[in-house]
Design a protein around this ligand. Structure first.
Ligand code: ADP
Length: 191
């Protein structure tokens, strides 16, 4: 099993690149953002709980997010590995993930960050907001709030994974194809 976390600020291309990695290395892709949005569309209890957080660009509480993630892993166990996209986003989530994976004899092999400047991200997110219905991509204050959430709660994970020798970063600027090649080169060197 090869389990990867794809890491980066909102708009850095995690979801796009996770799709390519999933296909090439035959991984199961888990996007917590997509799972929340699916639950919101289907008006499940979990969706109702998460909606106001997503609408404002705030992180959903760990208690909700961690349980959802664990259920998704446990319901999809016959796979070659997982690619976690948008999880973990807090230290508590990262520690819970290590603990949970160990309980099923798994571990994270690598955390790969896509590095992109905030100016570039703002323009990408506003562009994405024009073609999708994501209200959190259509409002500059919500976008900035998501960066604040990242800077306050998520960026500390860089040191968490660095201290385990599992942190790698890739330049996330350029064409989608270029970034995919950089990621494939890195993953090939790790497996
Ligand atoms: P982006 O990376 O562009 O912010 P995502 O689809 O990954 O997009 O996340 C959208 C929203 O879903 C976040 O702003 C947050 O409200 C919620 N969310 C996603 N993953 C998590 C998580 N691990 N912990 C808490 N909230 C999350």
């Amino acid at each position: 099993m090869f389990n990867i976390i794809i890491f980066g600020k909102p708009g850095s291309g995690k979801g796009t690149q996770a799709d390519f990695l999933k296909d090439k290395y035959d991984l199961y892709h888990i996007s917590t953002g997509d799972l929340f949005r699916k639950n919101i569309t289907n008006e499940t209890k979990l969706g109702l709980e998460a909606k106001s957080y997503l609408d404002n660009g705030d992180l959903v509480p760990d208690s909700v997010t961690i349980k959802m993630l664990e259920n998704e892993v446990l319901s999809n166990k016959q796979v070659n590995g997982y690619i976690f996209d948008g999880f973990p986003r807090t230290l508590n989530q990262a520690k819970s993930l290590d603990f949970f994976l160990a309980s099923i004899d798994l571990k994270i092999n690598a955390t790969i960050a896509l590095e992109v400047s905030e100016d570039e991200l703002i323009s990408r997110l506003l562009d994405r907001g024009k073609i999708t219905n994501r209200s959190d991509d259509q409002d500059i204050d919500k976008i900035k709030n998501r960066f604040n959430e990242y800077n306050n709660k998520t960026s500390i994970l860089i040191n968490f994974y660095r201290s385990q020798d599992k942190f790698f970063s890739v330049d996330g600027k350029g064409s989608v194809n270029d970034i995919t090649s950089r990621l494939f080169d890195l993953v090939d060197s790790l497996i």
